[in-house]
Write a protein that binds this ligand. Structure first.
Ligand SMILES: [Zn+2]
Length: 193
């Protein structure tokens, strides 16, 4: 199944490019906004928020966390490309709440093969390629997604390279209904000054 993606993607792109008629746009996003969200495959951020190609920046990582690299992108987004509003969007049923730092370190030390979740937690199939380098990475896990939105908005808000005039909105996206719900505590912290 999954190894068919090379053939799928190259074939699908030939059709996409054949019908592509939206070239020639400038680099700065037309709607002057940036969205930080999770890499979860069930979210299409631009579609969910009503944006078209060229409208907004979308910065994604596991959990939609305000990591150093996410903030690097947000700063570039504003400083060089003129965005004026930031959205931080986490979502229901996020996989990042299903493990913690210690678990990830343990699984990686066991092997680099894909682990499986079970009633008693994650189990690793084992293998010869385990590595303890997992402890050198902050996996940025969380227990409560709404709390994590607030934490991430706060981290962006307090960053010295993010100007206070940029409003940062905190939202939760429901992957089953497609509905966005504002996290008031997060948006309050992210309010423009
Ligand atoms: Zn997620």
């Amino acid at each position: 199944m999954s190894n068919d993606n090379y053939a799928h993607a190259t074939r699908a792109n030939a059709d996409y490019a054949a019908g592509f008629d939206r070239g020639g746009k400038p680099i700065p996003p037309a709607k002057q906004a940036a969205i930080l969200t999770c890499m979860d495959a069930r979210i299409i951020p631009t579609e969910a928020l009503g944006y078209e190609l060229g409208d907004v920046h979308v910065i994604r990582n596991a959990g939609g966390r305000a990591s150093d690299d996410a903030i690097r992108s947000l700063v570039i987004s504003h400083k060089l490309l003129g965005t004026k509003e930031f959205f931080v969007i986490h979502h229901t049923d996020c996989g990042m709440a299903l493990f913690d730092q210690e678990t990830m370190e343990r699984l990686l030390a066991s092997s680099l093969n894909t682990a499986t979740p079970g009633p008693d937690g994650w189990s690793d199939p084992g293998g010869s390629d385990g590595s303890d380098a997992g402890k050198d990475v902050d996996w940025l896990t969380f227990k409560d997604a709404a709390d994590a939105v607030t934490e991430d908005v706060k981290r962006v808000r307090e960053h010295p390279l993010v100007p206070g005039r940029i409003p940062i909105y905190g939202f939760m996206y429901d992957v089953d209904t497609g509905k966005l719900t504002e996290i008031e505590a997060a948006s309050a912290i992210g309010k423009a000054r």
